[in-house]
Design a protein. Structure first.
Length: 374
């Protein structure tokens, strides 16, 4: 089982190669004042240029001295993600396949419009090591963690696309860390990226408009509880019993369901914030009345919310989407138990917008035929 990244490991990685999107405001302030002996306001100019004006070349930062621009170009490059495929859905959802600038690794991000807001679902790893049964991200395992700059870069590439489409500056209003990978398996890079996205002098995306979703990595939940941050926490639950969860989500073999629920209860007590539980409904597997009653018993002691999500078909998983009446009956039981519950519509079904499917298809296309030569 994969372990949670430590701070020292991430610091070492970041020190090997710095990228402009990977530095916080505090980093830029230290860089300007302590390293380069320049005024502190230069950091504000950099944040404004990178995030408010979307400049992708240091040469475009005409408010900075020419010598500084040359040094930054060499030492802390601006490295945008490369858009390689765009899959717009009939419902307005737009799934993007991006290539990382360092090695061309493919990752996904999804733009999800709704009334009055634009939500972006971002990835934290290339692939995933946790291999949840109905998630395409883990079918080929994890290639590597994404850097802070690559996580932030997904949002920057989406802003460039939205701004062109809108005719004026437009950024996502909400960020959900529910794309490829397990955020708490890349903890430091993820938290650093979210702090950059939240920075008031940058994109200024409100902390309560940013949601971190975990498959149930208990040490990550415990650590987040100590951070003093306002980010929302969501847990991919998908089963009301340990027996079924072990089958659907191998992470439950390492951190069993009762341990996960205890960690969520402690998180809520420490932070005063509700946990949202995501529950994918799968026909005749976890969508029956007895499953709803077991879920009620499991969550009744917790101040929480539940999102019910009818399954989106995934290649390699035989489960089916339940009939609507089964979904509504499940919802009704939870509501009668006074557990705040929402039925989520699956967006982008016509373009396989569920996590990891576009990348998986592209990688399979690039693999040499079995028995053939590369």
């Amino acid at each position: 089982m994969t372990t949670v990244t430590t701070m020292n490991e991430t610091d070492q990685t970041n020190s090997e190669k710095r990228s402009a999107y990977g530095l916080t405001l505090a980093d830029w302030q230290r860089e300007m004042t302590e390293v380069r002996k320049l005024p502190k306001f230069r950091a504000d100019q950099i944040m404004k240029g990178l995030y408010c004006e979307q400049k992708t070349s240091w040469d475009a930062f005409t408010t900075l001295p020419t010598s500084l621009r040359a040094e930054l170009t060499e030492q802390i490059p601006i490295e945008p993600m490369q858009l390689t495929q765009e899959n717009p859905s009939r419902d307005g959802t737009n799934k993007l396949l991006l290539a990382c600038p360092s090695d061309g690794e493919k990752i996904e991000t999804v733009l999800i419009p709704s009334k009055g807001r634009m939500t972006q679902c971002i990835s934290t790893q290339a692939g995933c090591a946790f291999r949840c049964a109905f998630c395409a991200s883990g079918q080929l395992g994890k290639s590597r963690d994404l850097t802070t700059a690559e996580i932030v870069g997904q949002v920057m590439e989406s802003i460039r696309l939205l701004t062109v489409q809108n005719g004026s500056f437009m950024r996502p209003s909400n960020i959900v860390v529910m794309g490829m990978g397990e955020p708490f398996d890349n903890y430091d890079n993820v938290l650093r990226a979210l702090k950059i996205l939240n920075e008031q002098k940058g994109l200024d995306i409100g902390a309560r408009h940013i949601t971190i979703s975990s498959c149930g990595v208990v040490p990550g939940i415990q650590r987040l509880a100590t951070e003093g941050l306002q980010f929302e926490l969501s847990i991919s639950l998908h089963a009301p019993t340990q027996e079924l969860r072990r089958e659907l989500m191998p992470v439950s073999r390492r951190w069993p369901l009762d341990e996960l629920i205890d960690a969520c209860a402690a998180y809520t007590e420490a932070t005063g914030r509700l946990v949202t539980f995501e529950y994918t409904l799968i026909d005749r597997l976890n969508d029956q009345p007895q499953d709803a009653r077991a879920l009620i018993a499991l969550l009744r002691r917790l101040p929480c919310k539940v999102n019910l999500i009818p399954l989106s078909p995934v290649e390699g998983f035989p489960g089916r989407r339940p009939e609507e009446r089964a979904c509504l009956a499940f919802l009704d039981l939870l509501m009668k138990a006074r557990i705040p519950t929402t039925m989520r519509n699956s967006r982008g079904r016509d373009v396989n917008a569920a996590c990891g499917q576009l990348r998986l298809r592209r990688l399979k296309e690039e693999l040499p035929p079995q028995g053939g030569k590369e």
